[in-house]
Design a protein around this ligand. Sequence first.
Ligand SMILES: Nc1nc2c(c(=O)[nH]1)N[C@H]1C(S)=C(S)[C@@H](COP(=O)(O)OP(=O)(O)OC[C@H]3O[C@@H](n4cnc5c(=O)[nH]c(N)nc54)[C@H](O)[C@@H]3O)O[C@H]1N2
Ligand SMILES: Nc1nc2c(c(=O)[nH]1)N[C@H]1C(S)=C(S)[C@@H](COP(=O)(O)OP(=O)(O)OC[C@H]3O[C@@H](n4cnc5c(=O)[nH]c(N)nc54)[C@H](O)[C@@H]3O)O[C@H]1N2
Ligand SMILES: [Mo]
Length: 778
Amino acid sequence: MAEQTSNPRGTHTSDGGPASISDVTSSSPKKSSVGLHGIAESARYSLAEMGPRRSLLTLLSVNHVDGFDCPSCAWGDPEPGHRKTAEFCENGAKAVAWEATRKRVDAAFFAEHSIADLRERDGHWLEAQGRLTQPMYLAPGATHYAPLTWDDALTRVADSLRGLGDPNRAVFYTSGRTSNEAAFLYQLLARRLGTNNLPDCSNLCHESSGAALAETLGVGKGLISYGDITDHADLIIIVGQNPGTCHPRMLTALEEAKQRGARIIAANPLPEAGFGRFHNPQTARGLVGPGTKLADRYLPVRVNGDLALFAGLNRALLDQEDARPGSALDHDFIDRYCDGFEEAAAAWRTLDWARIETLSGLSRRRIESCAADVLAADSVIVCWAMGLTQHRNAVATIREIVNFLLLRGNIGRPGAGPAPIRGHSNVQGDRTMGIWEKMPDAFLDKLRGEFGFDPPRAHGLDTVDSIRAMRDGGIDVFIGLGGNFAAATPDTEVTEAALANCALTVHVATKLNRSHLCHGTEALLLPCLGRTERDEQASGEQFVTVEDTMAMVHASRGRLRPGTQHLRSEVAIIADLGHALFGDELGWRAMRDDYAVIRRHIEHVVPGFHAFEQRVQQPGGFMLPRGPRDSRTFPTETGKARFTVNAPTATEVPPGHLLLTTVRSHDQFNTTIYGLDDRYRGIKGGRRVVFLNRDDLRGLHLRDGDLVDLISVNPDGERRAPGFRAVRYPTPRGCAAAYYPETNVLVALDATAEISNTPATKSILIRVERASATARRS
Ligand SMILES: Nc1nc2c(c(=O)[nH]1)N[C@H]1C(S)=C(S)[C@@H](COP(=O)(O)OP(=O)(O)OC[C@H]3O[C@@H](n4cnc5c(=O)[nH]c(N)nc54)[C@H](O)[C@@H]3O)O[C@H]1N2
Ligand SMILES: Nc1nc2c(c(=O)[nH]1)N[C@H]1C(S)=C(S)[C@@H](COP(=O)(O)OP(=O)(O)OC[C@H]3O[C@@H](n4cnc5c(=O)[nH]c(N)nc54)[C@H](O)[C@@H]3O)O[C@H]1N2
Ligand SMILES: [Mo]
């Protein structure tokens, strides 16, 4: 019963197709995770996409030392000897099946479907058509993509780049599935051309974590290893993260931690199923027994209330120390390794508990009981993800978490430290390889030393600034190495128009998505190999490398026969483009023919990669050095770990308004929608739902199941997302939740986090109205 609805700011909805208000149903959220249901789901999806033989072959090589890295999330792997036969989760299985599907989108498909026709389809439909098979070109004014040869395609891109008066009129976007080798080549190409315009999905993701950690600890990465969780931590705090859906194998590690007596606290406006009982699908006991209860304490923090929560915790620790000196803080650590403690302490002493309670939605007593857990723990890890990073004050919140860890010396020893849990499987590695619009000079100096050209020094554009520049006519060429730029970014209508403002848009991709239909005057689609596929080059079969969220670098080898003979690896595409642009001066051909040549360059340019080729071939790979963790050395401006003062703030919510956070369902990977259910939250058959607290529903004179419009309120005007089912849900009062990317139309481009410039997609000020006439007609 899908139907087109109109939107006051445009004619489509943000997932890039007509709003489909299907027969969505809701039931109570689940209190436990995985179990047989999870296994049945993986099997169903895999068999439908791949058939039995391919399913078995593929799934048995995920995350094995001689197999490929799971293309889903960035969670790490157990030590090689501890891996299971099936080392993947339900969502990893879906990601693999999605890529290894036997369905194809070929030239005949594009001849049949015009761009206009495809723009009417939603993102789910587009990707469900199958893998892209050959290069496609959209000529100026053309209505359909048409096939062309690889040579013609790359010549067109090279000609356009060469024709730019100013290299800064090109933008090179990266999504985090790209391998280290491809990422390194891509940044080399952009910098050789003369631009640092290297926006990436990290700008939308953990940029706030990187900014806060680099400023306070000198390293913008997490500081734990897998074993810190399973073997050492006494207390694990999980805040703003939904591991049951987004990092499912983390539940196995948490279960191990629980079994040796660790405690877990979860802070989240939604009581996610992953915090409840975990039925480990790897063990018979997990499948038939009562399961393991994971979270000991659940804190229903308000959306954006986390800065107040951690400020409150820090205040409680300080109060304890003031009452009984020596009982709460690690003064040896603070004196020896930190600066800024006195200023921070003075600020905490003036905190107003009433304000902390209002902002966090948690009582002082509740926060103090958590502080008691902290005091009882010798080692504490704090894990977080998007629930913290996508708010206006995100960087301050994460700095406050650093304060919290510093107070008790919870950095640089086993079982302790900050753990931003990354999203895409190689988003951390891409950054290590130089995908960043503001790589430090030390990296650029090394690049110059290795390749003998002067890389540009002026900082480039990040994702939001790239959209602004395209909107304002400042960009001619947009290249996307994976990802779905149009759907993942905010202010969908503005972003789509911005892409259309380019002379040429180019996408290296595995599957058709919305971004490919928001084209410049000309457009190219370049189909590439995925992780699961064998990569043969002149010197033989290649492997690539990735870095997980624990800074482990390891190899990934595809096993399947490539989808068609026309597919090229990302490395080959970039190297050939480099060759078309610059001839062979930097050795593009040699790098394409043998990826070990790229790894040798990486070894010379990127710190921590000595003996790269040998070490990455060891089972399990190797861990990159991180000074604060390895030796309590803090490469900050002062050489010390830094306490910071972060006055508690939260987004103001005027009466009659709600704060909307945007979340992933259990049936999606970012803009890739596998299906329309969200099993753990009790949703079936649709995605246009908004989760609302029962008292808010009552206050709005609405009932569970009513059809509503969401209207965001921004300084530059309102934006409307029509036709959502209201679902009564145990969220804190005043806090609402709905799925991404359907809600990205609501996010103003200028609504970004301070310092990191990450879109504030988790605190959107909205009003809720009964659905407008168009939406109701469905
Ligand atoms: N299956 C699957 N796996 C994925 C992905 C996927 O889409 N699907 N995406 C990958 C990527 S790129 C990323 S970055 C990660 C994302 O992993 P997550 O960050 O876990 O994913 P989100 O759904 O964005 O959810 C954030 C969680 O934060 C909570 N939350 C929302 N607002 C707030 C808040 O203000 N405070 C607090 N404390 N909590 C809040 C939500 O209720 C939700 O539980 O997952 C990666 N893995
Ligand atoms: N409202 C809201 N918006 C958000 C978020 C949110 O929580 N709320 N989260 C943000 C976050 S954390 C992220 S990371 C971004 C994600 O932003 P992106 O990384 O840009 O988006 P994805 O949906 O992961 O990209 C999916 C596409 O990647 C392509 N692809 C898949 N595998 C490969 C491959 O191996 N190679 C190549 N070349 N292409 C491939 C396919 O064509 C597929 O359609 O979205 C952000 N946007
Ligand atoms: Mo992400």
